[in-house]
Write a protein that binds this ligand. Structure first.
Ligand code: AMP
Ligand code: MG
Length: 431
């Protein structure tokens, strides 16, 4: 079934006014992860997605060990209600076990991470005991087995320690290392090609002509894609010329899993791009009920028009983002980011939570579209409050740079009064 036919099955599908949620659900419903796996040395796997479960080849911890600095003893030696005096028979350090065993009336000085000596079943923390020459006095109330970390209590041998789909962050690197694994199986990197369209665009390092603007979208896209660990393919600037765009798209579709263009999807420009994309595959042009970022195209294109065959090696998903620099970043974060993680095989998708904050400024807003204002979230008197980061025009990239969050004004919401709660989405952690 064609993309358009699938989407039009939904009763509320209106390409002229799609909500942010509808658009992202539609996109997600189409995507399946890349299938190719590769084995990598552990450090190289940072930012990748596990392609198969990591089964623990050993217990973590591998051996019982003391959770605290203190004294290892036989619980049976302790007097029920009163204090007990025990002779210190030696010391057990992490990596340097006590060679003997703990006899009746004895204990061993033990440090965190050290193996409990033979015979000892309990550790009493040093803060609770009183030393007296070569012996210690233990107060009552000690539980049998306390302060001992058990072999396998973190990760049990033979059990899945991490499931396929897990994004490998620093914690996962450490966890896999704690199992002694030097390599992991991950999905291959996603190949993402991007280009800017527009006759007015000028590349950095050259002199700006009359009516020209420097192309900044390829730089924000490069940054976002690189942070997501994608293999990027920069196809440069292409003029508003169907033949040139066709060449660029064919090249991109053959080389990449995903093609991201910016510009050329607004009314007027979209017409020739629409015809071109219809030739190369199947692309839906949407007006999304959002600000910024209204016009957007999504679909599949192929070098020889094979965009309809989803598994073809010569076709790619296409995101035709609007041209305005802020709109590029907003649509990337709201649609492309999740889509790329889904294609990378991430399961669950890394979420960027919406958190409540008090808005310190009144904001105008009409119901019927989602808005993503750029905000500055600050803390004072233990309370988080947010205000817009300067002028909010969709071309004013400074608002993204000065901001540390989006103020997300939901579809049905009307204006915001001073002191109202709004949802914010922190930039840190987005990619
Ligand atoms: P468009 O969506 O092509 O109509 O572009 C909307 C606005 O964004 C216009 O003012 C363009 O000049 C600007 N724009 C488009 N592409 C870029 C780009 N790559 N870098 C900076 N500004 C751009
Ligand atoms: Mg343009």
């Amino acid at each position: 079934m064609s993309l358009a036919a699938q989407f039009s099955c939904h009763s509320d599908y209106d390409p002229e006014s799609l909500s942010v949620h509808q658009a992202s659900d539609f996109i997600r419903s189409q995507l399946t992860p890349v299938r190719t796996h590769e084995r990598l040395a552990l450090r190289s796997a940072l930012g990748r997605v596990l392609a198969s479960d990591v089964i623990a080849p050993c217990n973590v911890p591998a051996h019982d060990n003391s959770a605290m600095d203190g004294y290892a003893l036989r619980h049976a030696d302790l007097a029920g209600a009163g204090h007990t005096q025990l002779r210190i028979a030696g010391t057990a350090l992490a990596g340097k076990p006590f060679a003997g065993s703990v006899g009746a009336g004895e204990c061993v000085r033990i440090m965190t991470g050290a193996l409990p000596p033979a015979g000892a079943d309990t550790v009493v923390i040093q803060e609770e005991v009183r030393t007296d020459g070569d012996s210690v006095i233990i107060p009552p109330g000690q539980g049998r087995g306390q302060n001992i970390r058990r072999a396998g209590e973190d990760l049990a041998v033979g059990k899945p320690a991490l499931a396929a789909g897990r994004l490998i962050r620093p914690a996962e690197l450490g966890l896999i290392a704690s199992l002694g694994c030097a390599e992991v199986s991950v999905y291959r990197r996603l190949r993402v090609a991007f280009l800017s369209t527009g006759d007015e665009l000028c590349s950095i390092g050259t002199v700006l002509g009359d009516g020209e603007v420097y192309d900044s979208n390829r730089y924000t896209l490069f940054g976002m894609l690189s942070r997501m660990g994608c293999e990027v393919l920069d196809l440069g600037v292409v003029g508003d010329d169907p033949a040139a765009i066709e060449v660029a798209f064919c090249q991109a579709a053959a080389a990449a899993d995903v093609v991201i263009s910016s510009g050329g999807v607004s009314v007027g420009e979209a017409d020739f791009v629409k015809d071109l994309m219809a030739q190369l595959g199947e692309v839906l042009f949407w007006k999304i009920a959002m600000k910024p970022g209204r016009p957007m195209a999504f679909g599949r294109i192929g070098a020889g028009g094979e965009g309809r065959g989803h598994d073809s090696a010569t076709s790619a998903w296409l995101f035709g983002l609007p041209g305005n620099p802020v709109a590029v970043m907003v649509t990337f974060y709201q649609f492309v980011r999740d889509a790329l993680y889904a294609l990378m095989g991430a399961d669950p998708l890394p979420v960027v939570p919406l958190l409540p904050a008090v808005c310190s400024v009144a904001l105008k807003k009409v119901p019927g579209r989602s808005e993503f204002q750029r905000g500055v979230l600050t803390q004072s008197d233990g309370r988080w409050s947010v205000r817009p980061a300067g002028a909010q025009g969709s071309g004013i990239l400074r608002s993204m740079s000065d901001a540390n969050c989006f103020i997300v004004l939901e579809h049905d919401r009307a204006g915001v009064a001073v002191g109202d709660l709004v949802s914010v989405q922190l930039f840190d952690g987005l990619v």
